[in-house]
Design a binder for this molecule. Structure first.
Ligand SMILES: NC(=O)c1ccc[n+]([C@@H]2O[C@H](COP(=O)([O-])OP(=O)(O)OC[C@H]3O[C@@H](n4cnc5c(N)ncnc54)[C@H](OP(=O)(O)O)[C@@H]3O)[C@@H](O)[C@H]2O)c1
Length: 250
């Protein structure tokens, strides 16, 4: 028996990278998982990877309220409520302060901040007593990596949300926590860093600067998500767990 037998989970941005690894792990622990993403083809592959008998894909953009409504209509139709919500989908790009446009700022905050807020707000009627909400933050929120200002600020907002929402939802036994990945080897991370050809240099940088001596794997984040999703973390509330190989810690 897994730790999440009979539970229902949602993972936004569950079609690739960290979200997909988390969805696979939640399903391995026994949960039925709804995964989202904007690209339908990637979502279809993800559902096959997780298992068509234990996952449903609902295509959509977290920045569009009507897409979130469609997601939760699908969850509601299952009739079990929602036990685990991983609000994970986000966008990011390296843009300096000088280069930042209103469009870049609005795009970043529409998904990462507004989208995360309404992902959780719209789930409230479905969340069962004792549910676990996991928000994906980033180590970028608390170090000043150049040209990552809008993204880092959006993730600082996500970290802040977890404190307020933990307080607001404690009466329902709902726990809200953040995971903050460091350098994790994902398709999104590769794209942000300039594509496959840029990755050897990124990996060398991680080997030189991360105490663990390498980039992390999405599955290493998925394991922490499974911990936060289950009763094993019953006394963990409003916190931020770094999955960064020690990068921000020493
Ligand atoms: N990789 C890292 O090193 C790292 C480090 C710190 C934090 N993070 C965070 O970890 C999370 C996952 O990132 P990742 O590295 O796994 O990236 P990824 O491989 O690009 O995965 C991102 C997922 O989110 C979906 N997505 C993106 N924007 C969306 C939107 N507006 N609405 C709905 N779905 C959307 C993507 O699918 P579509 O593109 O099809 O929509 C995909 O499923 C993000 O919150 C990211 O900020 C990553």
């Amino acid at each position: 028996m897994g730790h999440l037998e009979g539970r229902t989970a949602v993972v936004t941005g569950g079609s690739t990278g960290i979200g997909l690894a988390a969805a696979v792990r939640l399903a391995d622990e026994g949960a039925y998982v709804f995964v989202t993403g904007r690209r339908e083809a990637e979502l279809e592959v993800a559902v096959k990877t997780i298992g068509t008998d234990r996952a449903t894909g609902v295509a959509g953009d977290i920045a569009k309220p009507e897409d979130l409504d469609r997601l939760y209509e699908a969850v509601q139709a299952r009739g079990t409520g929602l036990d685990v919500l991983m609000a994970n989908a986000a966008v990011g790009a390296f843009v300096t302060l000088e280069e930042t446009t209103e469009k870049h700022f609005d795009h970043t905050f529409a998904a990462n901040v507004r989208g995360t807020l309404f992902t959780v707000q719209k789930a409230l009627p479905l969340l069962n007593e004792g549910a676990s909400v996991i928000l994906t933050g980033s180590t970028a929120a608390d170090h000043g990596m150049e040209a990552f200002g809008a993204y880092a600020a959006s993730k600082a907002a996500v970290r802040s949300f977890a404190r307020t929402w933990s307080n607001e939802l404690k009466g329902r036994g709902i726990r809200v926590n953040v995971i903050s990945p460091g350098w994790i080897d994902t398709p999104g991370g590769t794209a942000i860093n300039g594509g496959e050809e840029a990755m050897p240099a990124v990996k060398d940088h991680a080997a030189a600067t991360v105490p663990k001596g390498r980039m992390g794997q999405p599955e290493e984040v998925g394991a922490v998500v499974a911990f936060l999703a289950s009763e094993q973390s019953s006394y963990v509330v409003g916190t931020n767990i770094y999955v960064d190989g020690g990068a921000n810690q020493i």
